[in-house]
Design a protein around this ligand. Structure first.
Ligand code: ZN
Length: 367
């Protein structure tokens, strides 16, 4: 959704500045034939890719046929967010997700979540364990803990709840004992704590979702405090597999990600909604990192399909993201996407195969 809005914005900008006039487009366009775009999607599909981070709220035949055409498997992630009406209730989300999963012919798996707003209830942990165990029994392969832990929900003393709160321990033990995976989205990109920065790839998100921008909130927990709590969970639960989504919220610091991957063997990361940060790096640095940690990086996009969305827009948006990511990871092309010049990393096939598919299966068994 963020990307779509940005694309529309750029399109409007190019129309208004005349950069994109129809005459120019016509004279510059190549003769018809199999376009680079089609080839990119074909090559992507040949990997039998897994997008291990999406949010899909409905079923649709055209969407299903895209999944089949791309040989694509999705991990559909639930979160409970009391700032958005369609994410407030847990039951309806689980039921919709299950309907989607069952109609997907094996193309969609479920990462469930729990209701963190019940944190102060004396039966919180027991209730969560009953619910996630039932979701596991019905096929869920992972559990999501979201950024409202650390950034929104407070205990009865008015203190922000952190991921290492002892009340969560029984959940972590249960997830590990069941052989499932915890997906952790703690904290936000650096820019959420910083001064406004329109050049940051995540900045437009805070314009659309100002409730998560904390740069103007004195006394708010620091990003470091929130990530330290996440790290305690890793240290205290060595048998728990954790995927730190969004590059583990360390999107501008590859050295810090590397330090975490070296220190915690139970930790992997996904690329969801943060590929742009890798694209902004010197290509040789991004390439060396992805090759060195080729067993610990899982492909994800954070693409969504809201109930209100137009299917044709969604198909365009999703496919253009997969094309862009394929060209970045797999080719040596230089191209423009989202207004930025991108240099393809030309990663070796075995590394692509791990990042786009087998790491997800290894780190999230059952996918
Ligand atoms: Zn997400």
């Amino acid at each position: 959704m963020r990307r779509l809005l940005r694309t529309i914005g750029l399109l409007l900008l190019s129309i208004s500045t005349g950069v994109f006039s129809p005459a120019q487009t016509r004279s510059a366009s190549p003769p018809p034939g199999p376009s680079e775009d089609d080839l990119a999607l074909k090559s992507f599909a040949a990997m039998h890719p897994i997008d291990a981070h999406v949010h899909v709220f409905k079923t649709d035949p055209a969407f299903q046929s895209m999944l089949e055409r791309l040989n694509l498997k999705l991990l559909n992630i639930l979160v409970m967010d009391d700032t958005l009406p369609y994410r407030k209730g847990l039951r309806p989300q689980i039921e919709d997700a299950r309907t989607l999963e069952h109609s997907s012919r094996g193309h969609v798996a479920l990462c469930t979540t729990f209701d963190p707003y019940k944190f102060d209830s004396p039966t919180f942990a027991a209730g969560v364990i009953t619910q996630i165990d039932q979701d596991f029994d019905e096929g869920a392969v992972a559990v999501k803990i979201w950024k409202n832990i650390g950034m929104e929900i407070k205990d009865r003393n008015g203190k922000f709840i952190m991921a290492d709160d002892p009340k969560f321990d029984p959940l972590y033990k249960d997830i590990a004992a069941r052989g499932k995976t915890l997906l952790s989205h703690q904290a936000e990109p650096d820019v959420a704590w910083g001064p406004p920065d329109p050049s940051d790839p995540s900045w437009s998100y805070y314009q659309e979702n100002p409730q998560w921008y904390v740069g103007n909130m004195p006394g708010f927990p620091s990003k470091q405090t929130i990530l330290d709590a996440r790290d305690h969970v890793l240290a205290n639960n060595p048998k728990l597999r954790m995927v730190g989504v969004h590059l583990g919220s360390m999107e501008r610091d590859l050295d810090n990600i590397a330090k975490h991957l070296d220190k915690y063997p139970n930790f992997a990361i996904d690329t969801a909604a943060r590929m742009e940060y890798l694209m902004m790096l010197p290509p040789e640095k991004a390439r060396a990192f992805l090759i060195k940690y080729q067993d610990r990086i899982i492909y994800g996009t954070d693409l969504d399909f809201l109930a209100s969305a137009s299917v044709s827009d969604i198909l365009k948006d999703w496919q253009s993201t997969y094309r862009r990511d394929w060209r970045f990871l797999a080719t040596s092309d230089t191209f423009i996407a989202d207004g930025r010049q991108i240099h393809g990393l030309n990663l070796p096939q075995p590394v692509l195969q791990k990042i786009l598919r087998s790491n997800a299966i290894h780190w999230i068994p059952g996918l």
